[in-house]
Design a protein around this ligand. Structure first.
Ligand SMILES: [Cu+2]
Length: 335
């Protein structure tokens, strides 16, 4: 219910403070782009290009069963395949390097491509096991953004039609030869459809946005499992502080179901990391961010942004690590 309270609160804020703003929505201001962790938030004008780089780092530590913090002793009985729950995860860091490009083929369609490089590290309850690591190219994503409507009062809406290709490995192994858990793999192994709808609004000093979307997996991968489908809702507001700087607040909610099927190379009684039922979670994050837009001089057209977010509510399927915080830093350049 916390989520609905937050949504109601923010929507009230959006519709009550959004006084008339003459002219169409514009990207040419710092908050003309959403907080940096939002993907496919804006479109471009015909012939315009953009390149971007984002670095995202997520920290997870401690175990959750459902929404409760637990110790390995509390859940060791669920994973009897390993002595005293020693194979349960202890902490994990996920680093992601995201390279993106956008190009508007018309004023109705902007095309987008994204290439992600992942670097995951996980340590287990028993220090004897050693840190597990996986790194490499993740699933390449291609998308078309379609302009649905633009109003003369600084509002617009577009559709995001994305598809990810199974370029990321699902065969990552520990140094001892064992297949790493679902969360340590680099891709989904399936073609995934990423639909979303995005709404943007701005007035003289504020801007708002909302995005509803998800990930729908198509079929199953060559190890006979399918990662859970995901639903995502994001709501943000930003204040333009100067012509170059804006500050934002954001709520995002996502819900991902457990893995369907199983990878037979993993033995699910050993660890929650190898258990298809201990994948996916419901999570609500609150984030704060800054966008900086260079309007003049040699760096004109460049943008820098940073965002920090932390969960305000999370409930995992089965037993999983607790997410602590996510940082995203980004650079974008359009011409
Ligand atoms: Cu762009």
């Amino acid at each position: 219910m916390k989520l609905f309270t937050a949504i109601t609160l923010i929507s009230t804020l959006i519709f009550s403070t959004l006084s008339a703003h003459e002219g169409p929505w514009t990207a040419a201001r710092p908050d003309g782009h959403a907080p940096i962790s939002v993907m496919g938030d804006h479109m471009h004008k015909i012939g315009e290009w953009m390149v971007s780089y984002r670095y995202m780092t997520m920290d997870m530590e401690g175990l959750l069963k459902g929404s409760n913090n637990v110790l390995k002793g509390d859940v060791a009985g669920d994973y009897t395949g390993s002595m005293m729950g020693n194979m349960l995860p202890k902490d994990m860091t996920m680093d992601m390097h995201m390279f993106g490009t956008m190009y508007a083929i018309s004023n109705k369609w902007t095309l987008m491509g994204m290439l992600n490089y992942l670097d995951n590290e996980m340590s287990m309850q028993s220090a004897m096991i050693g840190t597990m690591e996986s790194k490499g190219l993740s699933d390449i994503k291609l998308a078309g953004l379609y302009d649905l409507a633009q109003w003369n009062s600084g509002r617009r809406m577009h559709l995001n039609l994305g598809l990810s290709l199974p370029t990321g490995s699902i065969d990552e192994k520990h140094t001892n030869g064992n297949t790493l858990g679902y969360g340590m793999q680099l891709g989904s192994g399936t073609y995934d459809f990423h639909p979303a709808i995005t709404y943007l609004a701005q007035n003289d000093n504020y801007s708002y946005g909302a995005q509803l979307g998800g990930i729908l997996r198509i079929g199953e991968n060559d190890q006979d499992y399918t990662l859970g489908n995901k639903f995502e809702a994001t709501l943000w507001g930003a204040r333009k502080i100067t012509d170059s700087l804006s500050a934002s607040a954001k709520f995002d909610y996502s819900s991902q179901s457990e893995v369907d099927g199983k990878d037979t190379r993993m033995s699910e009684t050993m660890s929650s990391a190898l258990d298809p039922k201990s994948q996916g979670r419901d999570i609500t994050n609150f984030g704060l961010g800054l966008n900086y837009y260079f309007q003049n001089g040699g760096l004109s057209g460049h943008r820098l942004a940073a965002e920090w977010k932390t969960p305000i509510d999370q409930k995992v399927n089965g037993v999983q690590l607790e997410l602590d915080s996510t940082w995203t830093f980004g650079w974008q350049y359009a011409w």
